[in-house]
Design a protein around this ligand. Structure first.
Ligand SMILES: [Zn+2]
Length: 241
């Protein structure tokens, strides 16, 4: 029952589009929940052990995290052994790239970096805390959150198939992703938009495949348009990086 009510709270939070006040969940609590979820995700989906691939993703991720608005968190970047084209983040600094995304962006590091920057954007904007819902945040605030509660919340984040960000959160993570790439000056900040274009091409050619693609972050024309406009504004100097 408890699990159901947490799920309901999360769905409500998603529907409301992240209206919850920020800052009620502390960084330490985010890390505690993220750490627990990371164990569940890794045992559930499996991790790619290829040292070279891991090194590539970790080096890229750590560099992007340093350009983010939360550079002091300890970040972990790993590859999930799944063929879907997707990526997920957990509260407190964990980012998982799916093997299917690595394959899809092979030879296009700017696109992979763009997706990782988008995930770092979710973490930096503390979207996970918003997703936890008011009820749970209040519990955390008054200190009644038990170890069992942490485990249950962690279980929700580890259930990747059920996670959906709101449109507002996606727009914000896109914007932050583009901003961090632009700050880093190490990859083409156009990478995220190019990746979205690739996804839309796949959607046209293989509609059935697309249902599984970037499932947790549905791509729309509106998102592409907004991200491109924001990047143009950064380049024109009308937005500050
Ligand atoms: Zn997203």
């Amino acid at each position: 029952m408890k699990h159901l009510s947490i799920l309901a709270a999360i769905l409500l939070a998603v529907v409301l589009g992240g209206c919850n006040p920020k800052g009620m969940v502390s960084t330490n609590q985010e890390i505690e929940i993220g750490k627990q979820s990371s164990k569940e995700i890794e045992s559930k989906y499996g991790i790619v052990k290829d040292a070279q691939l891991n090194d590539m993703v970790n080096t890229m991720g750590q560099a992007i995290a340093k350009c983010s608005d939360r550079p002091d968190l300890e970040y972990t970047f790993k590859i999930l052994d799944q063929k879907d084209v997707n990526a997920v983040s957990l509260p407190g600094g964990w980012v998982y790239v799916y093997k299917g995304l690595i394959d899809e962006t092979k030879g296009k590091p700017d696109e992979l970096a763009g997706v990782i920057a988008h995930e770092v954007g979710h973490i930096a904007a503390r979207h996970h805390a918003q997703m936890m819902g008011r009820e749970l945040q209040a519990q955390i605030l008054i200190g009644t959150l038990t170890k069992g509660d942490v485990q249950q919340v962690a279980g929700v984040f580890a259930n990747v198939q059920l996670l959906r960000w709101s449109r507002v959160q996606e727009f914000q993570a896109d914007k932050l992703g583009v901003k961090y790439m632009y700050r880093c000056q190490r990859w083409d900040a156009q990478g995220l938009v190019n990746f979205f274009d690739t996804l839309l091409k796949i959607q046209k050619n293989h509609p059935s495949k697309f249902e599984q693609i970037f499932l947790t972050h549905p791509v729309t024309e509106e998102r592409i348009k907004r991200a491109q406009e924001y990047l143009n504004a950064l380049k024109a100097g009308t937005e500050k990086p």
